[in-house]
Design a protein around this ligand. Structure first.
Ligand code: ADP
Ligand code: MG
Ligand code: MG
Length: 498
């Protein structure tokens, strides 16, 4: 809880900028804010979240993941926005269309995807199934003329070097386009009321309309598909406590564009879907124009062959898949590591400046067949993160466990190590924060990860959309390794430009 003595230094303090000597930049010391004021803001923020759909299903209510309107609780969020330097923010924004273009180019190179992942295939059964699906599409020479990507590239700001470094690029099921927009609204609202007392300017929180762009991308893709009777289909998990994040998209899609989105699990799709000879995907007798995956990224999403059949059927169809199997694979951590090797970006992009911009945000990334790096990681495991080919948070290996895992893999001496990549560990600046979860306010020290959403839509040679479209800031207690909000490690946040 937000206990702690009230101190009178909650305001933004103007201090000398060491490097430039002249500019003065604010330092934000949230823990100094008067406690009575904090409690007032907490109350107001909790009311605001409930009234404005900043909500998730409550774990303690059994039906909350199935039945909308049952067992709602506010999404975990930070009371006040995190300071973030404007330059690095602009840099992240500027990288977005370049990464989307890169994903598109990589997706067209089936051989590169298959070859880069060939050793991973032997070590990781899930990736192997995805690759099989991809091989089948190569065999039948499946072409995706209309391609829709809704990505999120995640970054951390390395404190020592001040470099903005990419954590990963997500190409499937990027979460929180709905709720992140809400959090930004909440923070702007709070600063409209309390900004003066706090010495904070609401205009320094960049606007965030991720949901709006996502919906626009669905509508534009739907238009390209060109069947006025067709629907958009959200592929979802059977139980989804983050359903309101998704409902923000489907509700606005209906409201603004009068396009209907249905929600189906992979098992339901297997039971209800049919593929017509012209490639049309029918689900429950209705044609599907756009398939938006909010499931299908993790082994748990495929408890039986039924789900794999559904994924195959969707992939074979002419529906616009967000993502296609190629886009999905282009977002794996192994491909991230391959793209960071010398001269690989040059295979996919022509513009030298773009290539330099991407490379600047690459952290150290290595495959485990580099004996020198493995040796170094065994000696200094705290400087590395070991990552399997998984999504959704909670899968990485840190600290002493890195050493242990590497030694075990060495001893086994099999293909097992190909399931992982090694990454340079990034150490972001620690800030004071208040984290709200379950109506309880925790005063703590935290680090943040900035994700920029990107929407990419093209039809053959015509790029219809390639924009940055809002952001997600996730803030987690600085002593925690992982960062997922749904996984319970982090809270939603927004940025305060410094
Ligand atoms: P996932 O696809 O499961 O989200 P990530 O690569 O994003 O996998 O890793 C999960 C979390 O682990 C991140 O959100 C971040 O908090 C932390 N993390 C990942 N890579 C690094 C790194 N190189 N340095 C520090 N923390 C990292
Ligand atoms: Mg991911
Ligand atoms: Mg991640």
């Amino acid at each position: 809880p937000c206990s702690g003595l009230a101190v009178n230094c909650g305001k933004v303090e103007e201090v000398e900028n060491q490097e430039e000597g002249t500019t003065r930049k604010p330092v934000i010391e949230y823990h100094g804010i008067d406690q009575v004021l904090v409690e007032e803001m907490v109350y107001e923020a909790l009311v605001w979240s409930s009234l404005h759909g900043l909500v998730v299903g409550d774990k303690s209510v059994q039906r909350s993941g199935k039945v909308p309107g049952v067992g709602l609780v506010h999404a975990p969020f930070a009371l006040l926005p995190m300071p973030f330097p404007e330059n690095q923010w602009r840099q992240a924004v500027e990288l977005t269309p370049i990464f989307s273009e890169l994903v598109d180019r990589v997706s067209l190179d089936g051989k590169f995807l298959q070859e880069s992942l060939s050793r991973t295939k032997k070590a990781d059964a899930f990736t192997s199934r995805l690759l099989d699906l991809h091989s089948k599409m190569l065999e039948i020479n499946k072409k995706e003329d209309i391609r829709l990507g809704l990505h999120r590239s995640d970054y951390m700001l390395d404190e020592q070097t001040k470099l903005l470094l990419q954590i990963e690029l997500n190409t499937i099921s990027c979460s929180f386009p709905g709720l992140s927009s809400r959090v930004t609204e909440l923070h702007r609202n709070l600063l409209n009321h309390y900004g003066e007392v706090l010495g904070l300017d609401p205009k320094r929180i960049p606007g965030n309309n991720a949901y709006s762009y996502f919906v626009e991308a669905f509508a534009k893709a739907w238009t390209e598909y060109n069947n006025p009777r067709a629907l958009v289909m959200f592929v979802v998990q059977a139980e989804e406590r983050n359903m309101y994040d998704q409902h923000w998209l489907s509700a606005v899609l209906k409201e603004r564009y009068n396009i209907t989105a249905i929600r189906k699990t992979m098992a339901e799709i297997d039971a209800e879907a049919e593929l017509l000879s012209d490639g049309t995907l029918l689900v429950g007798g209705k044609a599907i124009a756009v398939i938006y995956f909010r499931a299908g990224y993790a082994p748990n999403d495929y408890p039986s062959e039924s789900e794999w059949r559904a994924r195959l059927l969707m992939e074979q169809s002419s529906a616009i898949k967000c993502p296609s199997i190629s886009y999905h694979l282009a977002g794996t951590k192994k491909i991230q590591q391959e793209l960071a090797k010398p001269d690989v970006l040059e295979r996919f992009l022509d513009n030298k400046e773009d290539i330099a911009k991407l490379r600047k945000c690459f952290a150290g990334l290595w495959s485990l067949d580099d004996p020198n790096i493995v040796k170094e990681a065994i000696e200094r495991p705290e400087l590395f993160v070991m990552k399997p080919q998984r999504e959704g948070g909670g899968n990485n290996i840190y600290g002493a466990d890195v050493r242990e895992a590497l030694l075990r893999l060495q001893k086994e001496g099999t293909d097992g190590s190909a399931a992982y990549i090694l990454m340079q560990r990034i150490f972001p600046t620690v800030f004071q924060t208040f984290l709200l979860r379950n109506g309880i306010c925790h005063k703590d020290y935290a680090v943040s990860e900035l994700g920029i959403y990107g929407a990419y839509l093209r039809n053959k040679d015509n790029v219809i959309m390639n924009d940055q479209c809002g952001y997600l800031l996730r803030t987690k207690i600085s002593s925690s390794d992982e960062g997922g909000v749904a996984a319970g490690f982090a809270v939603l946040d927004s940025i305060y430009l410094t």
